[in-house]
Ligand binder design. Structure first.
Ligand code: DI6
Ligand code: FE
Length: 400
């Protein structure tokens, strides 16, 4: 199929290329699930001119978006806790009313696999409606073997129910469950690691994640999980330096993590370690906004060291009940002062890299034909608007 009359933001950029790798009068040839040819319309090889044509009427085509950090599979929500807080309830009162992460763990444990799937679908559909083709989904609200596996199975099921690619991350080291209060080490050894091995044996795990933080796990505890990931041949990533600096980024870099995520409290040495490791920095402005954080991630340092920047929703019921990647891009520009070009690279090329995917995220020959067609004049509009969805159509694996 030949797509004509279009502008392409290829997102292949370098010192000599146009911003966004933009091609003004572009054409695209798709063959099966892949891009066969992309470039200036005037350079289109004659052999393709007899293909079935789709006139895009001058619209902008970008790579389809990727949400590379989500917790969209979970039970319940925390709206009542949100409301209690805004009515003046203290942290203790919220906790006594069963609030916080433990309430999501209880709700998830009480949910069947089918219920987890059904409650995740509307969130997934919101993402897809904005041109998303790949979504990473974490476990981490089960914190027991059975429920962690159920979350991951639900995540895999989503891929069968919608035209979308799902990448799973095992996040058993997300929080210490109540039954292991004060024995986080025992939780890691007796539950988290055996659950990871079981999930891997069932083919449910694409990567291993953890929450390295004062309120969660220490680098030493995460390291034990990462060692098992290494034995199983699984890549790692880490929630690091979100609320304080506990050495998570350094650990992630030592294990050549795909990404370090949040990283508001990362310092210069941390940024250098990420650069040396080739890891992606995944910034999550939805969580920054929701918890009203005021410590900005070290953006200029990350740029100076050439660390690839990705963006994601962090969609979760506590710190980021956000299901819009376009709004995420706007927040990254407004709150973090990222440029619209960085924001688009953050949900395409660099998000693919954060997931270890080499077959998508840019528009070029041989890549998957996962594309988004937008009713916009220029790519910056994708980041500029607040709560507006200009998607014209999405192409997934070459399918309109
Ligand atoms: N970082 C966060 O902000 C959330 N988890 C994490 O690893 C909080 C999750 C929740 O409150 O449900
Ligand atoms: Fe998260």
């Amino acid at each position: 199929m030949l797509l004509t009359n279009t502008r392409l933001a290829t997102m292949i950029t370098g010192p000599d290329s146009e911003p966004y790798g933009e091609i003004d009068s572009g054409a695209l040839v798709l063959s099966g699930a892949k891009i066969e040819w992309a470039g200036h319309a005037k350079d289109l090889p004659a052999q393709y001119s007899s293909e079935e044509k789709l006139d895009l009427e001058g619209r902008l085509v970008t790579p389809a978006l990727l949400d590379c950090h989500t917790h969209i599979v979970h039970g319940g929500n925390r709206a009542s806790e949100f409301e209690m807080r805004l009515n003046g309830a203290s942290y203790e009162e919220v906790a006594r009313a069963g609030g916080g992460i433990v309430s999501t763990v209880s709700a998830t444990r009480e949910s069947t696999e089918e219920e987890l799937v059904q409650s995740a679908l509307p969130r997934l559909d919101r993402l897809i409606s904005e041109g998303v083709a790949t979504v990473e989904v974490k476990s981490g609200y089960g914190l027991d073997r059975e429920t962690e596996l159920r979350m991951l199975r639900a995540a895999r099921t989503l891929e069968r129910l919608r035209p979308v690619r799902i990448k799973t991350s095992f996040l058993g080291a997300h929080a210490v469950p109540e039954e292991f209060a004060d024995s986080a080490d025992a939780y890691i050894d007796e539950v988290c690691i055996p659950a990871l091995k079981a999930a891997h044996a069932l083919g449910l795990v694409d990567a291993v994640d953890g929450f390295c933080e004062g309120i969660a796990f220490t680098p030493k505890q995460i390291e034990r999980v990462f060692n098992v990931a290494g034995d199983l041949g699984l890549p790692v990533k880490l929630h690091a330096e979100q609320l304080s600096n506990t050495g998570g980024i350094q650990l992630a870099a030592r294990y050549r993590a795909l990404s370090a995520d949040h990283i508001e409290y990362g310092d210069s040495a941390d940024v250098k370690a990420l650069a040396d490791a080739g890891s992606v920095a995944v910034l999550l402005p939805g969580a920054f906004y929701t918890i009203r954080e005021d410590h900005l991630p070290p953006l200029q340092r990350l740029r100076d060291f050439g660390v690839p920047l990705a963006l994601a929703t962090d969609c979760n019921p506590g710190s980021s009940p956000l299901t819009s990647l376009l709004l995420t891009m706007n927040m990254a520009c407004t709150l973090f002062r990222m440029t619209p070009e960085e924001a688009l690279a953050g949900v395409t090329r660099n998000a693919a890299r954060a997931l270890g995917l080499a077959d998508c995220g840019t528009i070029e020959r041989g890549r998957r034909a996962d594309l988004a067609v937008w009713d916009v004049e220029r790519p910056a509009e994708l980041s500029y608007r607040i709560g507006f969805n200009p998607l014209h159509r999405r192409i997934f694996g070459g399918e309109l």
